[in-house]
Design a protein around this ligand. Structure first.
Ligand code: UD1
Ligand code: CA
Length: 454
């Protein structure tokens, strides 16, 4: 049976107090709505229909690369009214999952359970039982069967004691949606078209309403303000951290770990506190990440140790390398095995060969460094003339003395040596020494200027 996912995302989100539409607020680095869309894809939904209202242009352009049908709800007249807007594009057969753009953590498993339960009955919902369900629509049951959903504002004092509530996640046959939605009325305490009224219509048609509970309570938590957003972020992160630990990652403190994307890990990876991992990252066996590192779209091969406060963006690091502390690897940094990149060393769009070292205060930009070379403290590849970028090529087993400026385009041959403090503008031949300094000025018995005492 073909599955459509309908996502309600027309709400204003006033309580976020933000110019950004609520469904674009980030959770784990991705818009709330993006999480729901990703889950819809995991269950192989044939159609994804998103109902937008406020900030519609921004919401649509944020997902311009995705195959989504957009339906406008210009006025927010209720959840039932929102789903009515989809009828012109909703298939006549198949089944629909109805989700909320601001309930981002609903899992594939829970939705699968809901689909299975509802395929028998034609209608089902996700409910949850809590101590205090104030504000939510309550599930009224008789002999265990769902009889109605009563909104908090419409509920009697007795109904308000009910602990089982409607999470706002439904599964309904499309044929029934086409039949029922045009019949909704707004004759209730809030003057809204309630989607929940379809439950009464199902019962009138002689159907039973199926229900399932989420695997984890936080899956059905909605985001209305920044306090809820921050709380959900921590729950989401705790869940990710738990999954990584189950895979054998040693997280020194899972409450001080943030993953905003995906991390693929080998065995015995160790991650110290306050590390942020973004985008798509991969760490091989025995990789160790020191405290405070920020690592984005980067691959780090087995055995490499990263010392604290190092920053990576689109870098590739080979096996048994040593990086940091305070290293910065920028896009296109490609380090081979056993490379050492030390403190305050920046590497951009450069390859560094096996076993080469740049341990202190260096900039390698648009450079190719061979194997076994030593780049002395304070070496700068001068790759930019204000308009153009040029390459610096350093061969194998070269030695660049401290505080040298290599003015690109320039090549330092295999085995060549550059004397400390040189500004190198011409190529250096293999195995030769190049020194370029102004002559040392010397004065014997030199007297430094003296402070005059007042
Ligand atoms: C709804 C349910 C309630 C349930 C609760 C769970 C109804 C009548 N009630 O409450 O039983 O316990 O969700 O959170 O459905 N939206 C639109 N257009 C509208 C109105 C809402 O797109 O005109 C969207 C909102 O952006 C949000 C979702 O629908 O994503 C739910 O709306 P919200 O106002 O939070 O739910 P309630 O109606 O209070
Ligand atoms: Ca609400």
């Amino acid at each position: 049976m073909s599955t459509t996912v309908i996502i309600l995302a027309a709400g204003k989100g006033t309580r976020m107090r933000s110019t950004l539409p609520k469904v674009l607020q980030p959770l784990a680095g991705r818009p709330l709505l993006g999480h729901v869309i990703e889950t819809a894809k995991k269950i192989h939904a044939e159609n994804i229909i998103t109902i937008y209202g406020h900030g519609g242009d921004r919401v649509q352009s944020a997902f311009a690369d995705q195959d989504i049908k957009w339906v406008e709800q210009a006025e927010q007249l209720g959840t039932g009214h929102a789903v009515q807007m989809t009828l012109p594009v909703l298939p006549q057969d198949g089944i629909s999952l109805i989700l909320s753009g601001d309930v981002p953590c609903i899992s594939q498993n829970t939705l699968q359970k809901l689909l299975d339960a509802s395929s028998q009955t034609g209608i089902g919902l996700v409910t949850l039982t809590v101590d205090d369900a104030t504000g939510y629509g309550r599930i009224v049951r008789e002999n265990g069967q769902i009889q109605a959903i009563v909104e908090h504002k419409d509920a009697t004092e007795q109904q308000r004691q009910i602990k089982e509530f409607n999470t706002g996640i439904y599964c309904v046959s499309n044929a029934k949606l086409h039949e029922w939605l045009p019949k909704l009325s707004n004759n209730n305490a809030q003057g809204e078209y309630y989607l929940t009224d379809i439950v009464a219509m199902a019962l009138a048609d002689g159907l039973t309403v199926a229900s399932v509970e989420p695997e984890q309570a936080f899956e059905v938590e909605g985001v209305n303000d920044r306090i809820q957003l921050a709380a959900l972020e921590r729950q989401f992160q705790a869940n990710l951290a738990k999954k990584l630990m189950q895979q054998g990652v040693h997280l020194i403190d899972p409450s001080r770990f943030d993953l905003r994307g995906n991390l693929v890990v080998g065995q015995d990876v160790r991650i110290d506190i306050n590390v942020i991992i973004e985008g798509e990252c991969e760490f091989g066996d025995y990789v160790e990440i020191g405290a405070g590192c920020i690592i984005k779209n980067t691959k780090i091969a087995a055995g490499t140790k990263v010392q604290p406060y190092s920053i990576f963006d689109q870098a590739i690091v080979g096996e048994d390398a040593q990086i940091g502390p305070f290293a910065r690897l920028r896009p296109g940094a490609k380090l081979a095995a056993e490379v050492h990149i030390g403190n305050f060393v920046e590497v951009k769009n450069s390859t560094v060969g096996v076993g080469s070292k740049a341990n202190h205060f260096t900039y390698l930009g648009d450079a190719e460094v061979g194997c076994g070379s030593n780049i002395g403290a304070g070496t700068i590849t001068c790759n930019y003339d204000g308009a153009n970028k040029f390459k610096t090529i350093i061969g194998d087993h070269a030695f660049i003395g401290s505080n040298s400026a290599l003015v690109a385009p320039v090549t330092i041959g295999n085995g060549a040596t550059v004397g400390a403090g040189s500004t190198i503008t011409r190529d250096v031949e293999e195995n030769s020494l190049a020194v370029e300094r102004s002559k040392q000025f010397t004065k014997e018995n030199y007297q430094r200027p003296q402070k005059i005492k007042k």
